[in-house]
Design a protein around this ligand. Structure first.
Ligand code: MLT
Length: 334
């Protein structure tokens, strides 16, 4: 990963050195954390198609899949410094740079695709976009909706929290997610996304969580056997543009970028609905076994909410702010 990152840096530095700043390039580079066939890839394809159309074919994009331009968290840094144009990554990998987006990784906050769309495209989303520009120097211009993250592992069916004991579970480097597993009674292993397949393959970790579509795009079915159908986090994956690259564009280009981002967002929601069941069936056809969480997931939910939420009230703008968000989703306040 360090090697790939240094190549990425060298390429960017080279581009700057020869005087063709990233902002003026005709082909914009899009880093993509996941592999082909996932929601990130689909968002990028739609964005690229509409962007090209809106710029009359004058400008183009090139996607680099599977973390080729560096791990997801590293791409935020690179975009922030203007060394990378765009990145598509999971929101959990933006949180370390802009803490308020943690509201989207709070366990059991998002109950459905509708909730995810309301939060990202309504008032809350607008505020998160502003906060992310301020904190991280990147602008969210589109959202992929990837479905609930399910737990996979190579060892045993997991239904109750007691079944987790002894399993080494990889999590992103995201405090809220780390604390969620702690609330469930185990100490998870934070690991970069780009290292996760190898970590699972070599048995450094036994399991991880991500949506069905991501499990498939990353070929995790080759190294994982058991799925637990938990619904603690609905995976939301933004398309970000370097704010310095965005600001250096003329108004018509900025408009094209924003409109293409919105078109890709609309497409993503539709694509998830069309694909998720089909991909879930493919994973079971490939030998994965799905277990439902015991007791309708009540204990998982209770322990995560009781132990994790209060710790993050302050980071997420206070309990009153969370209550406002819950009300906007038509849910009971806390
Ligand atoms: C992660 O688990 O680090 C990410 O959510 C994976 C992804 O980007 O799909």
């Amino acid at each position: 990963q360090r090697f790939i990152k240094s190549i990425s840096f060298a390429l960017c530095a080279g581009a700057i050195a020869v005087g063709s700043s990233v902002a003026q390039a005709n082909t914009f580079r899009i880093a993509v954390g996941d592999g082909a066939g996932g929601t990130q890839h689909e968002l990028g394809l739609k964005f690229s198609e509409v962007f090209k159309e809106k710029t009359g074919g004058k400008h183009d994009t090139k996607m680099f899949l599977n973390g080729q331009l560096g791990d997801e968290q590293a791409t935020v840094n690179d975009a922030s410094m203007g060394l990378l144009d765009f990145s598509i990554l999971a929101i959990n990998n933006v949180t370390p740079f802009s803490p308020s987006v943690g509201v989207l990784t709070l366990p059991y906050m998002v109950h459905s695709l509708d909730d995810a769309m309301t939060l990202t495209q309504g008032e809350v989303g607008k505020q998160l976009v502003e906060n992310t520009i301020r904190d991280a120097g990147v602008r969210i211009i589109g959202w992929a909706y990837s479905g609930f993250r399910v737990l996979t592992n190579s060892k045993q069916p997991v239904s109750s929290l007691a079944d987790l004991e002894g399993l080494k579970i990889r999590v992103p480097n995201n405090e809220i997610m780390i604390d969620t597993y702690r609330a469930w009674g185990i100490n998870p292993t934070p690991m970069a996304w780009s290292e996760t397949f190898t970590g699972l393959q070599l048995g450094v970790v036994d399991g991880q969580d991500n949506p069905y579509i991501t499990v498939s795009a990353m070929k995790f079915d080759e190294v994982q056997k058991y799925i637990t159908n938990i619904r603690y986090l609905f995976s939301i994956e933004p398309l970000i543009v370097s704010e310095s690259v965005f600001q250096s564009q003329p108004a018509d280009m900025q408009k094209a970028i924003l409109e293409a981002g919105q078109a890709a967002t609309d497409h993503s929601a539709q694509w998830l609905v069309e694909q998720e069941d089909k991909i879930k069936a493919e994973l079971t056809a490939n030998g994965m076994e799905i277990t439902e969480p015991a007791d309708g997931e009540k204990q998982w939910m209770q322990q995560a909410i009781d132990q994790v939420w209060p710790k993050y009230y302050k980071q997420l703008g206070g309990k009153d702010n969370l209550n406002k968000i819950l009300t906007s989703l038509g849910r009971d306040t806390i």
